[in-house]
Design a protein. Structure first.
Lengths: 336, 336
DNA sequence: GAAACCACTGAAAAGGATTACATGAGGCTT
DNA sequence: AAGCCTCATGTAATCCTTTTCAGTGGTTTC
């Protein structure tokens, strides 16, 4: 049996309440405090967090639920969230849903059993809709995937704006037939699609959008199919880094040169983005800010449960690289 | 106040013990079981995991402690470990140490307070040595960084063998001045360095090794320095994917062509490895197997606490790509 | 027909902390 | 000197389960 607070109390010649107060910064005389601390050191006592949580009715735990931690955006997000959480004395329970509504439901139940104080969640489209009907018994902050309105706090990239920026950039370097390739599971892709449609329409460009499973292989297949048709597009916008990688692979396979034959651009700046092909033009997400803002929203919510929901939109940053370099001699507009 | 087992019992007209048995698959008559299940559904009861853990003295939780979840190897590892854990009804506590011994110690204390049933840990070199002196009060499985002997179970790549394979491969394509670039924090790098020394010696090659902080920037700086000297090496081996990226960046900056001027190779196969430059030659680690084996070792250990420690070594797979293609006209040995 | 056994069930203890409440000792005010 | 705070401390209740133990009623065994 491990050493409990009783053993420490006995050894220090005080009551268990006093030992507890030493941990909780309650009022304890310097003399007793020292005796207790000595006893703790001597016994190697470690407070039992389960007991503490049970009694104090405070789990000191939050949930983080994403599609797949291996997706670079979520990797970075989780790192930020964990850092912030530990700094505030909170534990994090990480869940990978693989975009499955069933697993989301299962993990939601788990969160309830853990009595989490809050959840940071990037839900699938289905769950996002269902979330409008019934609330979990803890505050939820949506992240990355915000949905239309908001009974819940959310923090997302300004996806429409960001995608429009990409479209306008491709137009600037003289591309007129720009196709969009979007993931078929997230609401993010819906917003990005909308931005794509709006921007192409505003510029008087044709538009053609494809929705694929959000992985490189599916994207590659789709692009190979699209570019095997007689009149090829001259630009591609990809709605995630995985999809963008698939596009690059497809270009290699088809023997098309970037940016000469096709200019390509997408989302998420990774360590390798500048080293793939001629360098990839991307929208960089402020993932650090997104994660910290999510935590801030959660803390605010805990303080004011009834306050109206807030939706925070952050803007991305366009990083221009070789994959959208202007083709010399073909373009005479100035590049901004 | 949330609904407790008492409320369910009351509503179903049974004792709390019976409700508990419904969850624990104890002996309950079909009739009562149904009444209890109805009451659970009606009340929306969720068992309180803190209370359960306190009473049953079983945390159903394991720890996973790595340097940085953003490092691709650890990202993949964490995904495997989480999957395996949830499949067995275990929670995972993830900790990022940033290679700091101080944070390792802090998180070890946290693990004790959580009463984890075990820890999967990729320790810094310092902690690895200290681990020889005193044991945490739970089983530890070392992963990726195994250390020399073993009071603890461990599962690692055969790093010496893998690095030797890289050296021999570079030699096969006609490279004779191969430098090695290794991280300066992990024991992994030590093993890889040893493999590098052994293999170059066996082939009668000169050797020159550098130890750098395990990030792309530091690696880039070091390589730029080394390659600015009069007689350039013609091959580089990097001991991690981050370092390898730094090498690629350095080559760009120096205007050196790969593989013509310098052949480069390293560790860890990522989604983007084939798309960076001419494609990167790497040793692929069986990260899925490593993670699953770590869990297996942990479960075995829980069953047999006194059994002798096991050290499992898995072998990597060489993936040859453009960064080590033979230079035409310069080499006449056959490529294997 | 008594004994042994079985399958269920409930009452109550236990697990390890926090915390409401009671107590007692000093120090102040009046 | 009585009354009243304040501060430090201890006692005991409480958080919500699981689990032990002791039935209960019914069936099988000898």
């Amino acid at each position: 049996m491990a050493v409990s607070i009783k053993d420490v109390a006995q050894r220090a010649g005080v009551s268990v309440a006093t030992v507890s107060r030493v941990f909780g910064n309650g009022p304890v005389s310097p003399e007793l405090r020292e005796r207790v601390e000595k006893a703790i050191a001597a016994t190697g006592y470690r407070p039992n967090l389960s007991a503490r949580r049970l009694r104090s009715q405070h789990s000191q735990t939050i949930g983080l639920m994403v599609a797949d931690i291996r997706s670079p955006f979520f990797t970075a997000l989780s790192r930020v969230v964990e850092d912030e959480a530990y700094r505030s004395g909170l534990r994090v329970i990480l869940c990978n849903t693989d975009e499955s509504a069933e697993r989301e439901a299962m993990y939601l139940r788990l969160m309830e059993e853990e009595r989490v104080t809050g959840l940071i969640w990037s839900p699938t489209r289905g769950s996002l809709e269902r979330l409008a009907d019934e609330d979990p018994p803890f505050p939820v902050v949506l992240v990355d995937r915000g949905g239309p309105v908001g009974r819940h706090d959310s923090v997302v990239l300004d996806n429409q704006q960001a995608t429009a920026t990409l479209v306008r950039h491709l137009h600037t370097i003289g591309r007129g037939r720009i196709v969009g390739l979007f993931g078929n599971t997230s609401s993010t892709a819906v917003d990005r699609h909308l931005g794509y449609l709006t921007a192409t329409a505003a510029l008087g460009l044709s538009s053609e959008a494809f929705f694929v499973p959000p992985n490189a292989e599916a994207a590659e297949r789709e692009i190979v199919k699209v570019f095997s048709r007689p009149d090829r597009p001259d630009g591609v916008i990809a709605s995630s880094s995985a999809i963008l990688l698939g596009v690059v692979k497809a270009m290699r396979r088809l023997g098309l040169r970037t940016p000469d034959d096709v200019a390509i651009a997408g989302f998420d700046n990774e360590t390798w983005s500048e080293l793939v092909g001629p360098g990839l033009t991307v929208i960089e997400q402020p993932v650090g800010d997104i994660g910290r803002m999510a935590m801030t929203l959660l803390f605010d919510r805990l303080r004011a449960p009834k306050a109206p929901a807030r939706k925070v939109m952050l803007s991305g940053r366009l990083i221009v690289r070789g994959s959208t370099a202007p083709v010399t001699g073909l373009v005479d507009e100035p590049v901004d």
